[in-house]
Design a protein around this ligand. Structure first.
Ligand code: TYM
Length: 330
């Protein structure tokens, strides 16, 4: 298999439906035709202060979430970023190939630092995309499946890779391609269809979390914002319904146009009640599987150790090549 895939998620909290539909769902189908590496990017998570005990727990919960969603540990590597020291090492080298102006233009940085003075923004938040470039370039992947919000970071990664290769007249890095789902690349908040679903949203009503029980899911869907009118249809003038129909469609594999037909003559209430059940039916087995992995820490350790070994093996070769190219060491 010559095709390789790398992706990752921050363990800064419980995963949500947007993470699944925008990223993990793609991973599951792509892992069959790619050598796949799925990272839990804990070094990225500390760009916001984390409680150490909670962070450690979240790292394991994210690993269990990957597995519960269908990442196959026999086929794919799951590993924790901080266990592979080459990520931080390559990030340093790449930071010397990244311009301040490029980092200042990153919309995620602008969003996260909004309203804060320079004295309140840590440098890690600023250089975050350089570490992400290192995560990717170490593995020379051909595909990086992510949601829409990571497009700019992938573009920067491509520029850094090309700049390095051009400067040294080498082909050290493979210029990676982002892979974005045709539907679900930006799942919007249930309480605000103008902004993406996010675990850092001010209200819990924004997202469906992997730890929500059936009643919480029903409550959140019931309270989800809808559009004016009463027809259950998608369209530019109906951002809320479009989002809810997209979720329904992606979880059931049915076309939006087909789902719309079910609700002709019915109202938002009927649709929302059935959407809640669709989500509950998807989430319940995921939660059971998560619990199974979390109740068996030894098995999770074995999976993460094997993933780390595979990741280290690949990453170290690239790092050695980079150091040699740059002239580092003796
Ligand atoms: P993170 O942890 O914020 O999100 C993880 C993945 O979930 C996707 N996602 C969404 N997709 C659709 N709709 C949404 N509302 C939504 N919210 C999140 C994200 O696009 C992402 O694919 N910087 C990355 C983590 C990272 C990474 C990497 C990814 C670090 N190194 C290397 C790929 C490769 C991030 O913060 O994702």
């Amino acid at each position: 298999m010559s095709k390789r895939l790398l992706s990752g998620i921050q363990p800064s909290g419980e995963l949500h439906l947007g993470n699944y539909l925008g990223a993990i769902k793609q991973w599951i189908s792509l892992q069959q035709v790619h050598e796949s590496l799925f990272c839990i990017v804990d070094l990225h998570a500390i760009t916001a202060r984390q409680d150490p005990k909670k962070l450690h727990e979240n790292i394991r919960r994210v690993a269990a979430s990957y597995l519960a969603c269908g990442v196959d540990p026999q086929e794919s590597a799951i590993f924790v970023q901080s266990s592979v020291s080459a990520h931080a090492e390559l990030a340093w080298v790449l930071s010397t190939f990244t311009q301040m102006g490029e980092l200042e233009r990153m919309t995620q940085f602008k969003d996260k630092s909004k309203g804060k003075g320079a004295g309140q923004i840590n440098a890690g938040l600023f250089t975050y995309p350089v570490l992400m470039a290192a995560d990717i370039l170490l593995y020379k992947p051909t595909a990086v499946p992510v949601g829409d919000d990571q497009k700019q970071h992938i573009e920067l990664t491509r520029n850094i890779a090309e700049r390095f290769n051009n400067y040294y007249k080498t082909e050290t890095f493979v210029v990676p391609e982002g892979v974005f789902p045709s539907s679900g690349a930006r799942i919007m908040g249930l309480d605000d269809p103008t902004a993406k679903m996010s675990k850092s949203a001010p209200s819990d009503l924004n997202f469906i979390s992997f730890s929500d029980d059936a009643d919480v899911v029903r409550k959140k869907v019931k309270k989800a914002v809808t559009d004016s009118g009463s027809d259950v249809t998608a369209g530019d003038d109906k951002p809320a319904l479009t989002n809810l129909l997209t979720i329904y469609s992606l979880l059931t594999g049915r076309e939006v146009s087909d789902i719309e037909k079910d609700y002709v003559g019915k109202g938002y209430g009927d649709f929302k009640a059935e959407l809640a059940e669709v989500i509950v039916e998807w989430l319940a087995p995921v939660q059971l599987e998560m619990k199974r992995y979390l109740d068996d820490p030894a098995q999770l350790d074995i999976i993460l150790a094997a993933g780390t070994e595979q990741a280290n093996r690949i990453a170290q070769v690239t790092l050695d090549e980079v150091y040699k190219t740059v002239g580092l060491g003796y």
